[in-house]
Design a protein around this ligand. Structure first.
Ligand SMILES: *Cc1c(COP(=O)(O)O)cnc(C)c1O
Length: 236
């Protein structure tokens, strides 16, 4: 299959899952997870209809930005972000999806204030409660939401999650349902004048249809669009 065909196949799957859940396909945005891809492949993906690219690594993203690789698409940062790299991301991306600590939130606010911008963000929730994963614990989420709403250079847009790696199809669906419930609860508690929460980012190549069935508005898909990646640390 060509990249164009894979983009169309993923979109068709998103539409089918949306229909099953009584949703409109247009409520869901496909984010192409472009880590390890070349600038040329990113351009091809955009030519094939991709409207949002999601990047994990600051260094790769900076190189692609210098190449104008993302031209014609929006850009999201979806990876683990160290506070010392915040200056390379704030104001350069449309949305930082992976804000998983108070420390990072405050660093983004400080950098955005310095740059004179308002940075859109999602709070990343460690929904599986895994030691190894970044993201805020479910129990600490309300505090981070409240702090986000106080900061004048960040705009909270919603939530993001990376559930544990599933061994069986369907295994993560309860996590997606839990995320949707958290999203609805938080929305219910926020005055619409203070923030409009319109983003729930969850689902990757193996489980994006379940995520759509449970209410995702953004799905982040890499492998199903670009094929398997080399294992981490493999020289390219
Ligand atoms: C790589 C990545 C994805 C996409 O993963 P695939 O399984 O290749 O679809 C989604 N979200 C994040 C945060 C990623 O790092």
């Amino acid at each position: 299959m060509t990249l164009q065909e894979r983009v169309e196949a993923v979109r068709a799957n998103i539409a089918a899952a949306a229909r099953e859940a009584g949703r409109e396909a247009g409520e869901i945005t496909l984010v192409a997870a472009t880590k390890v891809q070349t600038s040329e492949t990113i351009r091809q993906a955009i030519a094939a209809g991709i409207t949002v690219c999601g990047e994990n690594r600051v260094q790769e993203m900076t190189a692609h930005l210098a190449d104008n690789a993302y031209e014609g698409a929006a850009l999201h940062f979806i990876g683990h972000l160290q506070t010392n790299k915040v200056k390379f991301v704030v104001g350069r991306v449309d949305l930082i999806e992976s804000v998983g600590s108070l420390h990072l939130l405050e660093a983004i606010q400080a950098q955005a204030a310095k740059a004179g911008v308002v940075q859109d963000i999602l709070l990343e929730v460690n929904v599986g409660g895994e030691e190894s994963k970044s993201g805020v614990a479910v129990s600490e989420l309300p505090e981070l939401v409240e702090r986000s709403l106080q900061l004048d250079h960040v705009r909270l847009r919603g939530l993001m999650a990376i559930p544990p790696a599933a061994r069986e199809p369907g295994e993560n669906r309860p996590f997606f349902a839990q995320m949707h419930q958290l999203f609805v609860d938080i929305k219910g508690n926020i005055d619409d004048n203070k923030a409009v929460l319109d983003c729930l980012s969850m689902g990757m190549s193996g489980d994006y249809m379940d995520a759509v069935r449970e209410g995702a508005t953004l799905v982040r898909v890499g492998t199903a669009l670009f094929g398997p990646r080399p294992p981490m640390g493999t020289p390219r």
